[in-house]
Design a protein around this ligand. Sequence first.
Ligand code: SPM
Length: 282
Amino acid sequence: MDKWFEELLEAEDGRIVKIAYKDLLASHQSKFQKIDIYDTVAFGRMLVHDEVIMLTEADEAHYHEMIVHVAMNVHPNPQRVLIIGGGDGGTLREVLKHKQVQTAHLCEIDGDVIRLCKKYLPNLSFSFADPKAEIFREDGAQFIKKKKNFYHVIIVDSSDPIGPAEVLFKEQFYRDMFAALTGDGIVVTQSESFLFHKDIIKDIASFSRKIYPIYFYYYTMVPTYPSGVIGFSFCSKKYHPINDFKPEKVDALEGLKYYSKDMHKAAFVLPQGFAMFLESAE
Ligand code: SPM
């Protein structure tokens, strides 16, 4: 194993991730970011943006199932869904497993991500061909301002809060999503790791609690991310993520690798120190 990819994003904090690879299948500088796709030794194909791992085929289901199915199994009838980001297609694939979905919009700022993932990650990107899917190659922060009282569920499958995704971690964007939701809508956003990104999560929790009646943080395991875990914000106008969970909906989902009825509930159980920290965030 003589070729190694190194993710250095958090090197200043004393940690890096190294993934051995066989080949670099594609490398492209788009208008927004550098996009690389590797064939790794142990984790299948790997998508990287600006030297930060977005997904590997080995553990992408841990992320995509958990960013999607929690909200979709809490909302009683999520007919209209919006995904912001998610240009690889993994989140869209999971959304379309729900038969109630009539329209799935996906708004990805970087069309080159979609193009390359269609070619190199077919196990995720096959979802783009579904007739219920409509793809917009636009800035999600601008796209959302045009929608009012429309979506039952909005999922923000973003990269980290640097570069093109930075605006997706701001209070105004959460306010615009609130306006784009129906009266009982739910938002789920990629909200970083409770192990290493407490300040980011504290900010999101703080302004989300001012905007949404219900806010919770939950998490999943992604071994190829630097901390091994990544979390999500659950922001809801009406439905509680546990009290309004509809476990019978899980039985209809095919091909699950990580999400289950028990995992839905377990994901909201936080380590005591972080739970107290989050509770005190104002
Ligand atoms: N559809 C997959 C997109 C991945 N989105 C999340 C990427 C997060 C990568 N960084 C993890 C933590 C490092 N700060």
